[in-house]
Design a protein around this ligand. Structure first.
Ligand code: FMN
Length: 232
């Protein structure tokens, strides 16, 4: 049902929310590895000369990682964005938990940047039960006890690349904490699905944030995430 509502939403959006053809370029990296959280507090934080926030230089082994998938480009309800909705939530979690980060990219990026094309592409990928190959690896996977797993809801489910990730790494004995962004479906049962898929992991209840809300990236979004993290 939630999928159907979303499908109707897509049609309305195509008709009315200005999903015009534009030249949208999104750079995909050629290499991918674990990153440190980006810290935005001012105290003791290295700043680049032009004032940009630098990455956390703490090199101590970390037991928490945020793994997420997210797309820039044209997205439902928010137009063309240069930072994905899920990426925004992932950054907040990583900063709060001082966690490492690994963003899921496909080894070969065929995802369209125009919204309608992306929905068609994702639908096909889902119908084929595809497992897109991942770019890069988490070499120190055994260091992590806790995995925050983030994704946008695509057609009522996790994007297939998230399944690629889950099946590529030993998730047993890890605590898996899902979070997603969406435009009406909430978690869409994905946390329950993860529980079934990962019987040897501890899967906690997820956080679902509307993509449009996440994109604001304001204090209220940060507070929502902090409140959810409080008992984790
Ligand atoms: C291929 C595709 C399918 C989507 N399917 C759904 C859906 O079934 N339910 C929903 O609520 N939102 C759906 N959305 C909206 C996204 O979940 C939402 O825009 C999300 O915030 C995008 O996150 P990102 O910017 O991190 O990629 C879909 C978006 C795309 C591109």
């Amino acid at each position: 049902m939630k999928k159907l509502i979303f499908a109707i939403g897509i049609m309305l959006c195509m008709a009315g929310c200005g999903a015009s053809k534009q030249n949208i370029t999104v750079e995909q990296p050629t290499e991918n590895s674990v990153k440190k959280a980006v810290v935005t507090e001012t105290a003791d934080v290295p700043q680049t000369q032009d004032g940009e926030t630098a990455q956390n230089t703490d090199t101590a082994a970390n037991d928490t990682i945020v793994v997420y998938f997210s797309r820039e480009g044209e997205q439902y309800n928010v137009g063309v964005i240069d930072k994905g909705n899920t990426a925004i939530i992932a950054d907040i979690i990583a900063e709060e938990k001082n966690a490492d980060m690994f963003r899921l990219y496909p080894a070969v990026d065929n995802y369209p940047t125009a919204y309608k094309e992306l929905t068609d592409y994702a639908k096909k990928e889902q119908a084929e039960n595809a497992r897109p190959e991942l770019l890069g690896t988490i070499d120190n996977w055994e260091d992590y006890d806790t995995v925050y797993l983030g994704y946008p809801i695509w057609w009522g489910d996790m994007p297939m690349i998230v399944y690629s990730f889950i099946e590529s790494y030993d998730m047993s004995k890890k605590t898996v904490i899902p979070f997603c962004t969406h435009e009406g479906s909430g978690m869409s049962g994905t946390d329950e699905k993860l529980k079934q898929m990962l019987p040897d992991s501890t899967v906690l209840a997820g956080l679902a944030v509307q993509g449009k809300t996440a994109q604001k990236n304001d204090d209220s979004v940060k507070q929502t995430v902090k409140d959810w993290l409080a008992d984790k």
